[in-house]
Design a protein around this ligand. Sequence first.
Ligand code: G1P
Length: 295
Amino acid sequence: MKKIRKAVLPVAGFGTRVLPATKTIPKEMLPIVDRPALQYVVDEARAAGIEHFVFVTGRNKGAIEDYFDRAYELEYSLRQKGKTEIYEALDADTPEAGTMSFVRQQSALGLGHAIWCARDVIGDDPFAILLPDVLVKAKKSCLAQMVDAYYQVGGNIIAVDQVPHERVSNYGVIAPKGRQDGKRLIEMSAMVEKPAIADAPSNLKITGRYILQPEIMDILKTQAAGAGGEIQLTDAMAALMAKQSFHAYEYEGEDYDCGSKYGYFEAVVAYAMDHPEIGEEARNLLLSRCQNIGK
Ligand code: G1P
């Protein structure tokens, strides 16, 4: 079975739900305490063995490319001033040269189209997709959990999680068939993008982490627009499911939708509470604020 070495991260979206913060800053660069949201996603992918990152970018996203580059003046100045720890932390986050590719999605035609823009870099290899709007806070990287499952069953794997039924219309939703090992791997009979509440086949939403076979690109090439008038990855996956094995994986962890105001706020609180430097203070602050609510 081929190793999952490459990951596609679509980062072309405008971030309209968190304007005006995203007017000049890509939403993926908004800080969760002291690290950009995107860095957490890259960390998750690295922990799963990803060696090459393909960013699908758009206009006004230059800050992302610069972020993964070296900052010579800054690094020099930190070293001169003896701020070794800060320098070393920055250095550890800097990717090895040649391990990041940037392709451009010239028109906002949907997630499926964004993924298709990466086809030449992906080639004939199975690959991962991580939607950087979604942070998954977990003991073991969510994608690493999925890679383990992939080595058991192969094919295609998508991360799912339960949501309250009234929120299913915001997501791709799967129709489960049964479970292997009585555990987290779920067989599926269908999937549908943003169904009406009454039509949703379950309350298992697709979370934004995928391991897919390269044949998805052939389907995406001619995939017609679906929900919201956009070329949907879910529709292409549903077509691929007729030909290849597909499993859903109910991961262990909490997900946060950082593309929304409330999800972003939740993520900042959750990551601050566990932060090695400010975690204790953050927990104490929240505790005292909660005691004062309503007084
Ligand atoms: C995308 C996918 C959807 C998935 C969601 C997860 O939708 O199309 O299937 O459930 O991400 O966040 P979007 O949020 O881009 O509309």
